[in-house]
Ligand binder design. Structure first.
Ligand code: MN3
Length: 239
């Protein structure tokens, strides 16, 4: 079976659960080639590791579909939405700040792009364990202990009803755990809790269903084995 046939039959076999637009990286690249001064284009970055790098915690098939189909779809849809309602060259973060004034497609797909870019980077095959240094000090002073923080974050991820994200954010100099529905994030003016995200977990079913089915809790437990604390620390310092 060639790759194309495999992908086609593979997707058909998933019963519509993973209904992402059928986009290839090549299609996205040709899209960005058509960039003009009036059109702002965002691009899908390569993962900082291979699709199978997070095995056995997150399986290669999930990673490939999640990145090359779901995330790619958000990027493409964001670029299409910006053709209709130009973002004035603003960065993705700046677009989030007054997203309530923009078309809902920019909220959903701009959020989808930002959230996944963060998600890939805060994971690593060399991740897991506990944070150290400045981040551990901040976690201890804001939550009491790393274990207490992990419990709060896991609970936020487990109890987010339907699709969404759980976050560790910096809000007015303090760390806080929160969650958002759909592809919203704490940068958005529509978020209940606003702040700068430094860690996030995707709890959409597409992030775990192939391996964990309905066991979201098992996926959340596994996530802790791949958290890239160096990246989270760098984001704290920049926040
Ligand atoms: Mn996702």
């Amino acid at each position: 079976m060639d790759k194309r046939t495999f992908l086609k039959t593979g997707l058909l076999g998933m019963g519509g659960l993973f209904a992402a637009p059928l986009l290839t990286k090549e299609a996205l690249k040709s899209n960005s080639v058509m960039d003009t001064s009036n059109n702002q284009n965002f691009n899908l970055s390569d993962l900082p590791y291979s699709y199978d790098a997070l095995e056995p915690h997150i399986d290669a098939r999930t990673m490939e579909i999640h990145h090359s189909r779901h995330h790619a779809g958000y990027v493409n849809n964001l670029n299409n939405a910006l053709k209709e309602a130009p973002g004035g060259g603003k960065s993705l973060e700046d677009l989030m700040k007054n997203v309530s004034t923009r078309p809902v497609a920019i909220r959903n797909n701009g959020g989808g792009h930002y959230n996944h870019e963060l998600f890939w980077q805060v994971m690593s095959p060399r991740g897991g364990g506990q944070p150290t240094g400045e981040l551990l000090t901040a976690i201890n002073s804001n939550f009491g202990s790393f274990d207490k923080f992990r419990e709060l974050f896991s609970n936020a991820a487990a109890t987010r009803f339907g699709s969404g994200w759980a976050w560790l954010i910096l809000q007015d100099g303090k760390l806080k755990v929160t969650s958002t529905p759909n592809q919203d994030n704490p940068l958005m003016d529509v978020a209940d809790e606003r702040g700068k995200p430094i860690l996030g977990i995707d709890v959409w079913e597409h992030a775990y269903y192939l391996k964990y089915q309905n066991r979201r809790g098992d996926y959340i437990s596994a996530f802790w084995n791949v958290v890239n604390w160096d990246e989270v620390t760098a984001r704290l310092k920049k926040a």
